[in-house]
Design a protein around this ligand. Sequence first.
Ligand SMILES: Nc1nc2c(ncn2[C@@H]2O[C@H](COP(=O)(O)OP(=O)(O)OP(=O)(O)O)[C@@H](O)[C@H]2O)c(=O)[nH]1
Ligand SMILES: [Mg+2]
Length: 371
Amino acid sequence: MVSVAIGRRDDPDAAEELRQLVESSGITPVGHVAVRRDRPDSAYYIGSGKVEEIKAQAAAAGAGFVVFDVALTPAQQRNLERALELWVLDRTALILYIFSRRAKSREGKLQVELAQLEHLSTRLVRGWSHLERQRGGLGKTGGPGEKQIELDRRMIGVRVRQLRERLKVLEKQRRTRRRARSRRDVLSVSLVGYTNAGKSTLFNALTRSAAYAADQLFATLDTTSRRCHVVDGVEVVLSDTVGFIRGLPHSLIEAFKSTLDETAEADLLLHVVDAASPAREEQMAEVDRVLAEIGAGDVPRLVVYNKIDIAGREPEVVRDPCDTILSVAVSARTGAGLDLLRGAIAEFARRSSADQPFSDEAPTWSPSATA
Ligand SMILES: Nc1nc2c(ncn2[C@@H]2O[C@H](COP(=O)(O)OP(=O)(O)OP(=O)(O)O)[C@@H](O)[C@H]2O)c(=O)[nH]1
Ligand SMILES: [Mg+2]
């Protein structure tokens, strides 16, 4: 695997995240080359010296392919594959691959397939005949000529249209369910945050259920919602959602739109942060960016610093001078601080039923709350 830092110093957090991504996809990394550049090279993204270094290392380690921690253009990918004589997977393809392995619901599977096809269709220009020639084919006889590529492209187009139509139907059903829920007048609260922050663990702790939580990236793809008793007299519908990551492929955000729309329409977002991660500041900024992109930038937000058991912090509620709650520090694993979090959700619920949370004079829940 190759981590590439552009215009930054070598970033150990980025290399660590790449390792987690690779392992989450079921691939065993056999080597790592760090590259730092001021600006990407148009032909290879990296310099030709580095290309040689990677080639030698990959050969020595018997690597089957090389993963790049950046989004490569189709031309860069092709050039790298030619030079390295190995398959090249870029960050976008890697994330799409993990998503395809994780998708469980029908909607999730269709969404991932759509994103993969859209990613692929930009890469069909002259196809991968270069690798096919070198490696003696991919099982097809003759290899794809221009005609085959034209045919492939047309078939992809047909499938993309099919997927879009099916997803539209599912989206309608989702809307109907959502409307039924909001008629019941229950506050909807969504857990959002960087992948592996502990959203599912927190969801389970708050709802006493057993959604899948694991030490891998993108353990959760499908939104799960459950009614949740917060304190006496306060109930909410809590939703566990897909995690975000730096460089989330745009095609994926597009494909997951209806799932993400649900997030954007929540009454309150709990932004779950891994307080023990050295990269938490960048991760929070990335989550803010994606939330803005999906139109959830204005939804009231409360930061939940999680994993305080390993971050060495005490449970606490932080308020601003106007008494607005900015953040709560908890451990979803040990349960420390969960009473404070329940109290904070209840406080929000009470204020919002009193119709106060958005008043201009006394802003209560700032959308970009950080501590
Ligand atoms: N020490 C500690 N570990 C935690 C805590 N909360 C979650 N974890 C661990 O962090 C890992 C990720 O937890 P998940 O709940 O799956 O995280 P997530 O945010 O749902 O991740 P994705 O679904 O992949 O986006 C798991 O190994 C959890 O056991 C915590 O409070 N303390
Ligand atoms: Mg999860």
